[in-house]
Design a protein around this ligand. Structure first.
Ligand code: HSE
Length: 413
């Protein structure tokens, strides 16, 4: 089976490498050899092991009836979407690692694939090399999925791990993630949580059988997390992770991406470096955890190639269709509940404590011996809704002895 690769970046070059390296076992599993016939990229790659396959002309791919599958590893939503549509129109299956495109235009692209009688598969879009899309849509299909909780971004997990373990500063840790090929072209998407948001939206759309719009998911990144926050978390026998979570509540979907303090007893607490992990809760299976390398050239390429093999074996349209919901299928952010960790710089500690107990009921102060100073208070609140919390924060800011809210981190319970 002939295939083409669109975009010879980290993932695209990895796809060519995996197909070259494992050609024999891939042929056995696919039932026929898989050959990369063309690679589309506007750049030149002198000395590449794939030289001779490059083209800058899309017609050489879309006009070639021998090419059955196109691997879209361009990323972004512009050219990637145009080429994906051209592939469907030409009767070619598309496999992709492009979570941005799937999260933004999944319903329309899946519909077009289905109408064209081809597949649109995106195992590589979530969790890098971890098999999660197919297990969720096929192996767990007998379950009603109640919730998903995961570490869904390798770059931010790598940064948080390096900061906590090695005391590395944020920028240096980010550079390491970029050098390893984990980060997006614009790492803001990683750092500010947008990448994890797209992934929880994709997983939720599969889990709850309705399209979950990433634009409607409350998302915060890790740029405000400091070493001091991590030291407080350590004192609470916890760590800080960027967590994507979703669940079905009374027929509506709650989803959120935020940094969260999680107890060291939680299964996600020991997921370090570039590793991702996803805990899926189903009514029949209970909890199942999926773990592995969440980013990087070969892990992600492995998932793209697995989709290509799947198509070679079945050679039929096996994509589902997502309906866009026009009504409101999401729990409003203000109604969602959490416990909170708050750090505030204060003018007079004793006076501030007195007023804080008038704002929040039952706060628990966090006082690590080695961080004791006269100008900062740290405490955790009981569970409350986001709307109640926003109201309390407004009142906290009005207390004269409280100088500034230094940071707020949600606590995952
Ligand atoms: N930038 C992404 C991450 C790549 O760091 O997880 C994998 O989707």
């Amino acid at each position: 089976m002939d295939i083409a690769i669109l975009g010879y970046g980290v993932v695209g070059s990895g796809v060519a490498e995996v197909i070259r390296k494992n050609s024999q076992s891939i042929a056995t599993r696919a039932g026929e050899p898989i050959r990369v016939k063309k690679i589309l990229d506007i750049r030149d790659f002198p000395g590449s092991p794939d030289s001779g396959l490059f083209t800058k002309d899309p017609d050489e791919i879309f006009g070639d009836p021998d090419i059955k599958v196109v691997a879209e590893t361009i990323g972004g939503t512009r050219a990637a979407q145009e080429f994906t549509r051209m592939a469907f129109a030409a009767g070619k299956h598309v496999v992709t690692s492009n979570k941005e495109l799937v999260a933004a235009h999944g319903p329309e692209l899946l519909k077009m694939a289905s109408e064209s009688g081809v597949s649109y598969l995106f195992e590589a879009s979530v969790g890098g090399g971890i098999p999660i899309i197919r297990p969720l849509s096929q192996c767990l299909a007998a379950n009603i999925i109640n919730g998903i909780t995961g570490i869904l971004n390798g770059t931010t997990n790598y940064i948080l791990t390096r900061m906590r373990r090695d005391g590395m500063d944020f920028d240096e840790a980010l550079k390491g993630a970029q050098l390893n090929g984990y980060a997006e072209a614009d790492p803001t998407a990683d750092v500010e949580g947008h990448d994890a948001c797209r992934k929880i939206a994709i997983l939720s759309s599969i889990a709850y059988n309705e399209f979950v719009d990433s634009e409607r998911i409350h998302t915060e990144g890790i740029s405000r997390i400091s070493l001091a926050d991590m030291q407080y978390a350590e004192y609470m026998d916890s760590v800080i992770k960027l967590i994507g979570v979703s669940r079905k509540e009374d027929g509506r979907i709650f989803a959120r991406v935020t940094p969260a303090i999680i107890s060291k007893d939680h299964p996600l607490a020991n997921v370090e470096d570039v590793f991702n992990a996803i805990v899926v809760s189903g009514d029949a299976i209970g909890d199942a955890m999926f773990y592995g390398r969440g980013a990087g050239k070969l892990p992600t390429a492995s998932a793209v190639v697995a989709d290509i093999i799947d198509i070679a074996k079945h050679n039929e349209c096996n994509s589902s269709v997502w309906e866009r919901k026009h009504g409101d299928n999401m729990v409003p952010f203000g109604d969602s509940e959490s416990a909170f960790f708050i750090r505030a710089s204060v003018r007079h500690k004793a006076e501030a404590e007195k007023y804080i107990s008038g704002v929040f009921e039952n706060v628990e102060y966090i006082r690590p011996e080695n961080m004791n100073n006269d100008t900062e208070l740290a405490f955790r609140t009981p569970k409350m809704t986001e709307a109640e919390f926003a109201d309390c924060i407004g009142r906290l800011k009005g207390i004269a002895s409280v100088k500034e809210i230094v940071n707020v981190v949600r606590i995952l319970e």
